[in-house]
Ligand binder design. Structure first.
Ligand code: SF4
Ligand code: SF4
Length: 190
């Protein structure tokens, strides 16, 4: 049944009733609420347990990206200067967060599980340049037992030994997952 009150009073009444409802405003950034476990946030480039990079510079992530947000240049490893256990490594790696729509297609395309996504959503800045993340910014931190590349393969002399972790040195923690240090709660990175 339509109200008999004049329209202005109906409007003020609505406002008055809202004053007694539970406030849903979030006090960000003082109060940061946890994201859903599989939230797609900032990317991470992961490492093998000895610190070598998982990225092999194949560019599949860049080709899969619908927003053209990833730029990769592959480089060749040598025995004197090795960054990954394979022939090639990601010499240049950039993600443009002005373009990224956080769809996750790049992490699906990555054949080595080098690229994963964390729950970090704080990606605001006051200039465009700072939102193009470089390889150094995206690399997972070194965990105990890891060594900053370049260095030889520490988990086996051949690629087969390396990937099967046939004879890892005692000081290397083969269960260490670099991404856990960035984002311990993420199931995406499990
Ligand atoms: S999450 Fe989607 S848009 Fe962002 S870099 Fe990956 S593929 Fe591109
Ligand atoms: S992150 Fe993965 S898909 Fe992208 S270049 Fe490196 S290995 Fe290839």
């Amino acid at each position: 049944m339509p109200s008999m009150l004049p329209k202005p009073l109906q409007g003020f009444g609505l406002t008055f009733v809202q004053m007694f409802k539970k406030v849903t405003t979030e006090q960000y950034p003082e109060d940061k609420r946890p994201t859903a476990p599989r939230y797609h946030g900032r990317h991470v480039l992961n490492r093998h347990p000895d610190g070598l990079e998982k990225c092999v510079g194949c560019e599949l992530c860049a080709w899969a990206c619908p927003a053209d947000a990833i730029y990769v240049e592959g480089g060749w490893n040598t025995e004197e200067e090795r960054y990954s256990p394979g022939e090639r490594y990601g010499a240049v790696y950039q993600i443009n967060y002005l373009r990224c729509i956080f769809c996750g297609l790049c992490i699906e395309a990555c054949p080595t599980r080098s690229l994963t996504m964390s729950n970090d959503y704080e990606l605001a800045d006051d200039n465009r340049q700072n939102l193009i993340y470089t390889k150094e910014q995206l690399m997972a931190p070194l965990l105990p037992g890891m060594e900053q590349p370049p260095h030889p393969m520490r988990l086996g002399e051949t690629e087969q030994d390396y990937y099967l972790r046939a004879d890892p040195p005692a000081e290397v923690d083969v269960d260490a997952q670099a991404v856990d240090a960035v984002n311990p709660d993420s199931e995406v990175n499990a």
